[in-house]
Design a protein around this ligand. Structure first.
Ligand code: FES
Length: 94
């Protein structure tokens, strides 16, 4: 059986959802089930900027470069469309 990760959205009215490891958030989060908004889904528009708490892999260089521009002082900032979900995470919109 595949391992599951819980994606929760503290501070919002949305209930946690459960996804299998390595699922792409941008394919599973919608305006009905999460506070996260998506635009390009390829890591270039910044619409999906969120704060993430959880033990997931660090940003790839392209994502890191965007984060340094969009949220230079937030070590938890990530682009939701670029996340590789490998653990339970808490996600907040910034
Ligand atoms: S949706 Fe455009 S950067 Fe994530």
């Amino acid at each position: 059986m595949a391992e599951l990760c819980k994606i929760s959205f503290p501070g919002s009215e949305f209930v946690p959802i459960t996804l299998e490891y390595h699922k792409n958030l941008s394919e599973h989060l919608t305006i009905q089930n999460s506070p996260v908004l998506f635009g390009c889904r390829t890591g270039i528009c910044g619409t999906c900027l969120v704060e993430v708490l959880g033990d997931i892999p660090p940003p790839q260089p392209d994502e890191q470069e965007m984060l340094e521009t969009l949220a230079p002082n937030n070590p938890h900032a990530r682009l939701a469309c670029q996340l590789d979900i490998t653990a339970n995470v808490e996600i907040r919109r910034i």
